[in-house]
Structures are given as C-alpha cells and as structure tokens.
Write a protein that binds this ligand. Structure first.
Ligand code: BJW
Length: 238
C-alpha cells in the first residue's frame, strides 16, 4: 500500500450496520432492511413526498431520532484515524446520511446523499442544522416559511458536490469502496471511473456486491474487522 498518495473512500450503509443503523437492501443479522419495510417510491422520491408529505416526514423523523442514539463502530474509528494521519489527499465520500464518520472524528467527509441532521427550506433554499421533528411543519430558522424538508437526496434528484467528487477521483491513485451494494448510481459508477483513470480499486464488503467484478481486489467480512486491518496496512506502508 506504500505506493499510494491520494485516496478516495466511498462508504455505504454497511459501514454503519454494526452501529445498529438499518441497511437499505439486504438486511443484516435477521433484521429486515429499510426497503423491505417501506416502499421506496413512497418515502424516497420527490413524487412520494408531494403525494404524502406527512408519511415521508414521519419516516425521516424516526430515522433522525434513531441515529442520535447510535455510536460509531471500529470501522468509523479506523477511517478517522486514517484521515488524521494521512498526509496526501483523502476524501471520504459517504452515501450515508448519518453523522457517524464525523462523530468518530473524521474531517474530510462529503455527504453525497445529504444529512439527517439538516433541514432544507424549499422556500429560501437555506439548510439549517436540525435534530427534532419536521412532521409538525416548524418554521424555517432563516425565513420562517413552513417549507422544511429533510436535506437528503431522493431518487431522481442530483447528488451533492459531484464536481468535487469527480475532481478527487481524477487525482486518486487508490479508490476504496466500503459497505455499499453498488445498486445506486452515480456512486455505483465511481469504481469504473476511478479504474479508467488509473487508480487501484479495492472493495471491503460483507459479501460480494453487484459491482464486485469491477474491482481489482475484494476483501469480504464485517467492516468492523476489515476496515481497521486495511487502515493498519495503509499506515504501515505510508
Ligand atoms: C456490510 C455490513 C457490514 C452490510 N460490513 N458490509 C438505471 C441505470 C442507472 C441509473 C438509474 C437507472 N434508473 C434510475 C437511475 C438513477 C438512480 C438509480 O441509481 N437507481 C437505481 C435503483 C438503478 N439514481 C438516482 O436517481 C440518483 N440521482 C441521479 O442519478 O441523478 C442524475 C445524475 C446524472 C449524472 C451524474 C450524477 C447524477 C440519486 C440517488 C439517491 C439515493 N438516495 C438514497 C436515499 C437517501 C436518503 C435516505 O437515507 O433515506 O440513498 S437510496 C439509498 O441507497 C440511500 C443510500 O445512500 C443508497 C445506497 O445504498 P447502500 O449504501 O449501498 O446500502 P445497501 O443497503 O444497498 O447496501 C449495503 C451493503 O452493505 C451491502 O452490500 C451489504 O452486503 C453490506 N453490508 N453489513 C460490511 N457489517
């Protein structure tokens, strides 16, 4: 691992699974996944929100409350350790809307699918820190309009900071994907982009994902084990 300088790490729901946060597709430890419990068209599309905003607000209220009771696990801790120690470029692009990377101490984190702990005012376009409920139409702290929605990216919406992500992928000589099924684009395409641009590509996942064959290397196992040992390896070679 000593030959690398610029790293992009993509994380998905699998990195937070051992903190007790539900994954979206295949459930873990006998728990049903989120999309087994809720219809994705109803709760994760702008059309679903327009049809039944209260249902969607309650779904996100429940998840926003739940993440505040969870703690980072050894995978988040190891990535924070790498972030603190790594002298080259490093960007943790997370699809997760929880704040566990930050609570573990990571600084170079980009939330491409938004954040549970922010509310977005569709009247004035300001995003405000938010920990409570949105279901009872609270006023926007900036403009007082009662037009707040969860600051998350639904299907059909543009993920955040794509230019910054592609710029990091162009510089990367190592791309690592952790705990994501590779089912959702554009994130699922990053491995192809990174590889075409010359990066070494590594997958760390519980099981082989949809795009496993696209990686140079796959290591299987729970993130709480595979991530700390990979981080040790990278830092030993640095
Ligand atoms: C463990 C583990 C452990 C478990 N240790 N591992 C046809 C083709 C291509 C694209 C499209 C298409 N039709 C439509 C599209 C576009 C669409 C899309 O991708 N649809 C697919 C269903 C095909 N995408 C979009 O609409 C996106 N926008 C877009 O494309 O804009 C246009 C554009 C054009 C050009 C450039 C850029 C943009 C927006 C996608 C928004 C996704 N939003 C959600 C909800 C966010 C808010 C919320 O949290 O509610 O994001 S959906 C959901 O899926 C969430 C996640 O971030 C995302 C990815 O899920 P993830 O993280 O991979 O979780 P899982 O559950 O799928 O997998 C968990 C993995 O962990 C598994 O592999 C387990 O094995 C593993 N695991 N435990 C290690 N302990």
């Amino acid at each position: 691992m000593g030959q690398y300088r610029n790293i992009v790490i993509l994380t998905g729901a699998g990195v937070s699974a051992e903190s007790g946060i539900d994954t979206f597709r295949a459930g873990t430890d006998g728990q049903p996944s989120l999309w087994e419990q809720h219809d994705v068209e109803d709760v994760a599309t702008p059309e679903g929100f327009a049809r039944d905003p209260e249902l969607v607000q309650r779904f996100y209220d429940m998840r926003r409350a739940a993440i505040q009771t969870k703690l980072p696990n050894p995978a988040h801790d190891a990535l924070a350790r790498l972030d603190a120690a790594w002298g080259g470029d490093l960007l943790i692009v997370t699809q997760n809307v929880d704040d566990l990377h930050e609570r573990a101490g990571a600084r170079r984190v980009l939330h491409m699918h938004g954040e549970h702990l922010k509310a977005w005012c569709t009247a004035c376009d300001v995003r405000s820190p938010w920990r409570g409920s949105l279901a009872d139409y609270p006023p926007c702290p900036a403009c007082q309009a009662r037009s707040l929605r969860p600051d998350v990216v639904w299907f059909g919406e543009m993920p955040y900071e794509m230019n910054r992500i592609y710029a990091a992928l162009r510089r990367a000589d190592l791309f690592v994907s952790i705990g994501t099924s590779g089912a959702v684009y554009p994130a699922a395409g990053f491995v192809r982009d990174a590889r075409e641009l010359g990066a070494h590509t590594l997958e760390l996942n519980l099981e082989r994902s949809q795009g496993s064959h696209l990686f140079h290397e796959s290591r299987l196992g729970p993130a709480s084990q595979t991530v700390p040992s990979w981080v040790d390896e990278v830092l030993a070679g640095a």
